[in-house]
Design a protein around this ligand. Structure first.
Ligand code: THU
Length: 132
C-alpha cells in the first residue's frame, strides 16, 4: 500500500466524500451522495450521484468515482468512503457489484444510522458476487 494510503485515515477519506457530495446533481430525489476512492498509488478519486429525468439513467456516486479512477488509468483500489444526506449511506447492490469487478478486498467506509463510522470489506457486503 502507498505511503499516502497508510496515512489516510477512515475519517479523513470519509470527510472528502462528505464534502464532495455538495456537487451532486439530484433534482429528482434531492439526495446528495459523495464518494472518495483511495487507490494503491495514493490518489483519491471522487464521485457524486448524477441523476437524469429518465430515472434509470442515474449514476451513483460510487460508480462515478470508479469511472473517474479507471479513466485516469487506476484500477488498484484500496478503500472507498461514502457519505449521503440520508442517515446512513451504504453502496447499493449495483455499486457493490461494480466495485467487486476490481477487488473484493476493497474496504468500504460509511456511517451507521447511529453516526458511528464503520469500515467493512466488500466481501462482507457482497459475499456471493457474480463472477464471469
Ligand atoms: N445513490 C448513490 O449515489 N449511491 C448509492 O449507493 C445509493 C443511491 C443515489 C442515486 C440517486 O441519485 C439517489 O441516491 C437516490 O437513490
Amino acid at each position: 500500500m502507498s505511503k499516502y494510503g497508510v496515512l489516510m485515515t477512515d475519517i479523513e477519506l470519509w470527510t472528502v466524500a462528505d464534502n464532495i457530495k455538495e456537487n451532486a446533481y439530484s433534482p429528482y430525489s434531492n439526495i446528495k451522495v459523495g464518494a472518495a476512492l483511495l487507490t494503491a498509488s495514493g490518489k483519491i478519486f471522487t464521485g457524486v450521484n448524477v441523476e437524469n429525468s429518465s430515472f434509470g439513467a442515474t449514476v451513483c456516486a460510487e460508480r462515478s468515482a470508479v469511472v473517474s479512477a479507471v479513466t485516469a488509468g487506476e484500477r488498484d483500489f484500496i478503500k472507498i468512503a461514502v457519505s449521503g444526506t440520508m442517515k446512513s449511506c451504504t453502496p447499493c447492490g449495483i455499486c457493490r457489484q461494480f466495485l467487486a469487478e476490481f477487488s473484493k478486498d476493497i474496504v468500504v467506509v460509511y456511517k451507521e444510522p447511529d453516526g458511528t463510522l464503520c469500515s467493512k470489506k466488500l466481501s462482507e457486503l457482497l459475499p456471493d458476487s457474480f463472477i464471469y
